[in-house]
Each structure stands twice: as structure tokens, then as C-alpha cells.
Design a protein around this ligand. Structure first.
Ligand code: NAD
Ligand code: PRE
Length: 371
């Protein structure tokens, strides 16, 4: 039996381990600095076996996946280069930045394995193995960043394994291209969200109404600011070049709108919002992509345990099979939204009317985006 070892069994490593365990016939082992994490992961069936000893964890492995904060990934690669890895072993990672780790791996003479950078474009503000989920990467993009000299056979082999295990859509990109694009759509927005939270929190120290009145808009806009500070520290430190350029552009963008407000220019202000509205509405809908499940609906549900089972049972009793079920997390402290996917339009139509009969509010994708 072939073996994959995931190094770092947190949100992403745990989710990947679950994917590999559920959808491939690999033996899936784990390495983590925390014994408690390994114990949790073993007892929840996330990994077959866990180790705090790196040499034991990677011995005989056909695949290694580094899923630690990006600052720790380069150290781990150095340690791996000192160990006898299995001939032909493929090493990948899941880090949010690619330039630094890919360059570091290429510079390691004795790595004794093929390194191919990777980054699943799905995640959450949560962390730790408790938040791991086998459907986390379903339909998401999953970027691989091989170098021109990386053997094609290994890229194809890794790509096939990840497609089968995660249900994600694999794409190939150059590391620096990845870092600029992801810098703009993930890293800069994270800085802006955290900056907003810090600014309001300073005001709140002398007047508690700032936090009390923080409603849907502020909460939706800043959800990601609750993420793990170490992970984000490492992301910023490993993508400094791209992030500094993006921050300059952001400051210019703010200066422009500040100027329009200062000069009381209604047309400029309106055009600032109008162009943002147009672009926001044109953002591609991932769920309508190549892997698109077309027969889906969304359901408002109260945020209490057992609600997924209740909905699944109701549909099951009416002989409607759910192909996929997921909880959307974008509305903190309010009722949740379940996303239900069916195999046919006929099942979708019957599910809608069955749920509505029971008093659930059911809506489609466009309505969900307006919420
Ligand atoms: N969270 C997201 O949304 C997201 C999405 C895509 C990619 N990523 C990337 O995935 C990686 C992991 O992020 P996460 O959210 O799963 O973090 P996490 O905090 O949930 O998990 C990290 C795990 O690594 C372990 N660990 C840390 N340093 C270690 C070391 N030196 N040796 C052994 N174990 C170590 C921790 O004990 C923990 O179990 C990061 O590189 C991050 O950039 C995160
Ligand atoms: O959804 C979130 O909470 C995330 O922060 C996920 C997110 C992102 O910014 O989109 C965060 C970092 C990863 O590298 C990839 C995905």
C-alpha cells in the first residue's frame, strides 16, 4: 500500500488528510509538533497514525504534504533534506505563498525527491484539526507551481491524485504570478480587514457603541480578521515584494476617494461605487465553473446542533438524494445557510417544495448573493 504523510495536521493538513483517506487507497499518516493534535486526529480518523518524530513519519512515504505555516515550511524542507526519503517521493505543500518555498526547495541539493508547490484556494478563518472537513476543497481552484524543469510525469501524478482526493480544479501557475494574484485577492484584503477591525477597536476603547452597532456589513467585511495571526504573519513576511506594491496601489486608491470626499465631488464618489458594483457583480461564480453542480439551492437554518441531520432526514424520507451538503459560514452570529446539491433538476424541484412545505426558506444562488 502506498503511503502519504501530511506534515502539520491543522485545518488544511487535516482536511487534506481526510480527503486522501476517504477518496484514495493510500495509507495516510501525520506529523505534527503537537501530541494533542495527533491524538485528536487519530481518534477522529483523520490519519491512520501520527508521529512527532519526523524521520519515522516520512519513512517509506510516496507523497509528503507540508501543511504548516509558510515560515515553518522552509525549516521542514531543510530537515527533510537530511533524511533518507523514498526514491521517487513527491513533496508538495499547501502554503498561501509560493515564491519563497519553491525557491528554497530548488536550492536544496540533497532533497532526494521532487518538490512541487501547491495551494488550495479554499479555507476559513478557523484553524486546527477540529475545523478540518473532507469537502473543504470541493470545486475550489487548487494551484500547482512546478518549475519549467520539474518532470511532467510527477506533475501529472500529483495533479491526478489531488483531483481525485479533493474534488478541486487543479491549475498550473508560475510561483511569482501566483503570489501577485493571491496577494491582491487574499493577502491585501486580509490586511485591510484587520486594519479596519483595529481602527474601530481603538475608537471602541472610549465609546462602546462602536462594537455594539457593528452590524452585518462590518462583520461580513472583516470575518477573515479572526484568522490565525502566525499564519498571516508568515504570509506577509514571505510575500513582501508583491504585498508592498499592492499596498502602494491601495493607498493611492484611498487617496483618490479621500480627495473626492474632501472636494465634495459627487460624480467621482458615485463613479467609485458604480465601478466597484459592476466589477463585484461580474466576479466569476465558482459554482458555475467546469465542475459546476448545477442543481443546487440554499436553505436558511437555525444555528443549532442536529439541523443538518433534520434536513437530510426530511429529504431522505421523501426519497430525494443529496449529492453534496455544505454549511456556508459568511453570516456570523446569525442563522446559518445550508447549500444542498442534487443530481438532477427533478430532485432539486422536489427538494425545494418539500422544504418549503416544512416552513424552510429556500433560495437560489442569485438570491443568496444579494443577502
Ligand atoms: N487557513 C486557510 O484558510 C488556508 C487556506 C489555504 C492554505 N493555507 C495554508 O495552509 C498552511 C496551514 O494552515 P492551517 O490553516 O491549516 O493552520 P493550522 O494552524 O490550522 O495548522 C497548522 C498545524 O501545523 C502544526 N505545526 C506548526 N508548525 C509546525 C512545525 N514546525 N512542525 C510540525 N508541526 C507544526 C500545528 O501544530 C498545527 O497543527 C499554511 O501554510 C497556510 O498558509 C491556509
Ligand atoms: O475564507 C477564508 O476565510 C480565507 O481566508 C481563505 C483564504 C482566502 O483568502 O481566500 C485564505 C488564505 C488561503 O491561502 C486561501 C484562502
Amino acid at each position: 500500500m502506498k503511503k502519504a504523510t501530511v506534515l502539520g495536521i491543522g485545518l488544511i493538513g487535516g482536511s487534506l488528510a481526510l480527503c486522501l483517506k476517504k477518496r484514495t487507497d493510500l495509507c495516510v499518516e501525520g506529523f505534527d509538533a503537537s501530541e494533542t493534535t495527533l491524538g485528536l486526529a487519530e481518534s477522529a480518523g483523520v490519519i491512520d497514525r501520527g508521529y512527532t518524530d519526523l524521520a519515522q513519519a516520512v519513512e517509506g512515504a510516496d507523497y509528503l504534504f507540508l501543511a504548516v505555516p509558510v515560515g515553518a515550511a522552509t525549516d521542514l524542507l531543510d530537515r527533510l533534506a537530511e533524511l533518507p526519503l523514498k526514491e521517487g517521493c513527491i513533496i508538495s505543500d499547501v502554503g498561501s505563498t509560493k515564491g519563497q518555498v519553491v525557491e528554497h526547495a530548488a536550492g536544496l541539493r540533497n532533497l532526494g525527491a521532487i518538490f512541487i508547490g501547491g495551494h488550495p484556494m479554499a479555507g476559513s478563518h478557523q484553524s486546527g484539526v477540529q475545523a478540518a472537513h473532507p469537502l473543504l476543497f470541493e470545486n475550489a481552484y487548487y494551484v500547482l507551481t512546478p518549475l519549467p524543469e520539474t518532470p511532467l510525469a510527477e506533475v501529472q501524478c500529483l495533479s491526478r491524485l489531488l483531483t481525485e482526493a479533493t474534488g478541486a480544479q487543479l491549475v498550473i501557475m508560475a510561483p511569482d504570478h501566483h503570489d501577485r494574484v493571491v496577494g491582491a485577492i487574499s493577502h491585501l484584503p486580509h490586511i485591510v480587514a484587520s486594519g479596519l477591525v483595529n481602527q474601530v477597536s481603538r475608537y471602541n476603547k472610549s465609546n462602546e457603541w462602536f462594537h455594539r452597532l457593528a452590524a452585518g456589513g462590518f462583520r461580513d467585511l472583516t470575518r477573515v480578521a479572526a484568522a490565525h495571526p502566525v499564519m498571516w504573519r508568515d504570509i506577509l513576511l514571505s510575500n513582501r515584494g508583491a504585498i508592498l506594491e499592492l499596498m502602494d496601489d491601495w493607498i493611492r486608491e484611498m487617496e483618490e476617494i479621500k480627495g473626492a470626499v474632501a472636494e465634495a465631488q459627487p460624480e467621482e464618489i458615485e463613479s467609485f461605487f458604480a465601478s466597484a458594483k459592476r466589477s463585484r457583480e461580474q466576479l466569476p461564480d465558482r459554482k458555475r465553473g467546469v465542475l459546476a453542480p448545477h442543481f443546487e439551492c440554499y436553505v436558511d437554518v437555525p444555528d443549532h446542533p442536529g439541523v443538518i441531520a433534520t434536513v437530510a432526514k426530511l429529504l431522505g424520507n421523501n426519497e430525494i438524494n443529496i449529492k453534496n451538503i455544505g454549511v456556508m459560514e459568511n453570516r456570523e452570529d446569525r442563522e446559518g445557510i445550508l447549500r444542498l446539491v442534487f443530481r438532477s433538476e427533478e430532485e432539486l424541484v422536489r427538494a425545494r417544495s418539500c422544504l418549503r412545505r416544512e416552513g424552510y426558506r429556500v433560495f437560489d444562488l442569485e438570491e443568496k448573493q444579494q443577502k
